[in-house]
Design a binder for this molecule. Structure first.
Ligand SMILES: [Zn+2]
Length: 72
């Protein structure tokens, strides 16, 4: 019996810390918590996990799930 393919990691949220930057996989826009987001009027210091549910990429409107964690 074949093993089921790996689903999207359920612990993705836990890999996102207060200073974790994420990159839009559609247009490569980076969300940097240290900068916030002028388009959405997100104040600097806002972690990705604390962005409002309706937040989307300020450049291409991709949903938050379309962002990938950037490893420094
Ligand atoms: Zn984008």
């Amino acid at each position: 019996m074949p093993e089921a393919p790996m689903p999207i990691p359920a612990d993705r949220e836990s890999t996102i810390g207060p200073a974790t930057r994420l990159e839009c996989r559609v247009c490569w826009t980076v969300y940097d918590p240290a900068l916030g987001d002028e388009v959405w009027q997100i104040p600097p210091g806002t972690p990705f996990n604390e962005l409002p549910p309706h937040w989307s990429c300020p450049n291409c409107s991709a949903e938050k799930t379309g962002f990938l964690v950037l490893d420094d």
